[in-house]
Design a protein around this ligand. Structure first.
Ligand code: GLN
Length: 475
């Protein structure tokens, strides 16, 4: 039995039956991390802490205690704070930052008995779609190392797909959980905005950022999601109401799946189109009704996202000044020097691009033309999704227009990578939950993901629809 390939459920069952200990599973995971070092999935591996946590979990289990993730090795994206463990955001600026506290979600993981094996690599400050913008080294795709892992949670997705963790936390501002999950053949859930606390997540675009799980199955995502969700007074946008508005669907009969015509543009690649259409047919054959619908404002979403997210990023990242936050450049004589040199030396090119774009769209004279218009477009996009979803259980579309591309192919044209976010960003703008699950492969054997989008706080509807697919479809 290759322990590192088990699902969380299989691992929990084996540990409960006494066939396997958490120490063994954690050891196997750490060995696998060493074997896979070239994939670049981790920034920091917490070997000692992980083995100690695994032993504590084994002891607790032996004493008859149980917890939802007791003894399960998991990874955490490196923009989520971990007490005493370096949290770099894959940036030179935070290269030596060791948080004095755990993020809300990390506390929750620990309370649930999870064993944190390490911090995963990513695009610097979560800005990117390929995990090529890490200041340290890029993440490679778990299926084909010459290709990108997707981003920005590329390390989390690669780790899960290559047996270097049973599940991993990612963050998703415009697709960063779903797109890398899709590129590596994993399952990823971006929860409803406000369902999971952002307390301890290093901010990129605060009105869009959400933490969520990447795992091997929808059921594994559910297990992690149920642990990390919930109200937290430490995040002013955290929702205190009912987070369980979804349904656990077991039969497709009478269910309604919406397909917006904008989801299948003419330019969409043949293989991706074919795989997603086949998955839709699976739901139809199972008894679901396929409903044609429309998101009229869909083509505004990409521009709207890059304006709003960059505007918020320029504000959030202004705190890294080399004085209170982040590393300080050497040899500075004046305070201006400190700001200028530190920010010049320690931010990467993509992060600088976003901050300049953000400052531009917020500047007087351009504010009305860009930021204000994007805010209005955001309202329209939200309304269109609400209308489309009022009449169906979920919408289905591709997660990304292509499969994983060769590393370096967007180096000359950063905007080309932005286009790859066309299906994921509208969901963040609307604040809705969405899940990516593998629905096929292209002719090179690279995974294709489909995206299920649901109503606010209806994560369970998406998870159970994905589960029906995973169990029923021959992939
Ligand atoms: N690819 C998108 C971007 O570069 C999304 C990133 C994210 O979700 N963190 O902004």
């Amino acid at each position: 039995m290759d322990v590192t390939k088990l699902t969380i459920k299989q691992l929990m069952d084996a540990m409960d039956a006494g066939e396997l200990s958490s120490a063994e599973a954690t050891r196997a995971t750490l060995d696998r991390i060493k074997e896979c070092e070239d994939l670049g999935a981790y920034v920091t591996v917490c070997e000692k802490e992980a083995m100690a946590a695994a032993e504590r979990a084994d002891k607790a289990r032996a004493e008859g205690r149980r917890a939802p993730l007791l003894g399960v090795p998991v990874a955490v994206k490196d923009n989520i704070c971990t007490e005493g463990v370096r949290t770099t955001c894959a940036s030179r600026f935070l290269e030596n930052y060791v948080p004095p506290y755990d993020a809300f979600v990390v506390k929750k993981l620990k309370e649930a008995g999870a064993v944190i094996v390490g911090k995963t690599n990513m695009d610097e400050f979560a800005m990117g779609s390929g995990s090529e913008y890490s200041a340290f080294y890029r993440v490679r795709n778990a299926i084909d190392p010459e290709r990108v892992a997707g981003g920005s949670s590329g390390g989390s997705a690669c780790a899960v797909a290559s047996g270097q963790a049973f599940a991993a936390l990612g963050s998703d501002t415009g697709g960063s959980i779903r797109q890398p999950a899709s590129f590596n053949g994993a399952t990823g859930l971006k929860p409803t905005y406000s369902a999971v606390s952002r307390n301890g997540l290093v901010a990129f675009a605060s009105s869009l950022d959400q933490i969520g799980p990447i795992a091997r199955t929808a059921d594994d995502c559910r297990r992690v999601y149920n642990v990390i969700k919930g109200h937290d007074a430490g995040d002013s946008t955290s929702y205190a109401g009912d987070l369980d508005m979804g349904e656990h669907i077991t039969s497709l009969k009478g269910r309604r799946i919406g397909i917006a015509k904008e989801f299948f543009p003419d330019a969409l690649g043949g293989k991706v189109r074919e795989a997603v259409e086949k998955a839709i047919k699976f739901y139809e054959d199972g008894g679901a009704e396929i409903v044609e619908t429309s998101i009229g404002s869909f083509d505004m979403a990409l521009a709207c996202y890059y304006i709003i997210s960059s505007a918020e990023a320029s504000s959030n990242l202004s705190r890294y000044d080399g004085v209170k936050y982040g590393r300080r450049a050497e040899g500075c004589k004046t305070i201006d020097d400190v700001y200028y040199k530190s920010r010049t030396q320690f931010f990467g090119a993509e992060v600088k691009r976003r901050m300049m774009l953000g400052n531009f769209v917020l500047s007087s004279g351009y504010y009305d033309a860009f930021y204000l218009r994007a805010s209005k477009a955001r309202t329209l996009i939200k309304r269109d999704f609400e209308a489309a979803l009022s009449d169906c259980d979920a919408l289905i579309c591709p997660t990304a227009p292509t499969t994983a591309y060769k590393s370096g192919s967007n180096a000359e044209d950063p905007a080309a990578a932005y286009l790859g976010d066309v299906f994921t960003v509208p969901v963040n703008i609307a604040g809705l939950p969405a899940l990516s699950v593998k629905c096929g492969e292209d002719s090179d054997g690279l995974p294709i993901g489909m995206q299920l989008i649901g109503r606010q706080y209806c994560e369970e509807t998406l998870l159970s629809l994905a589960e029906i697919y995973e169990k029923g479809a021959a992939k």
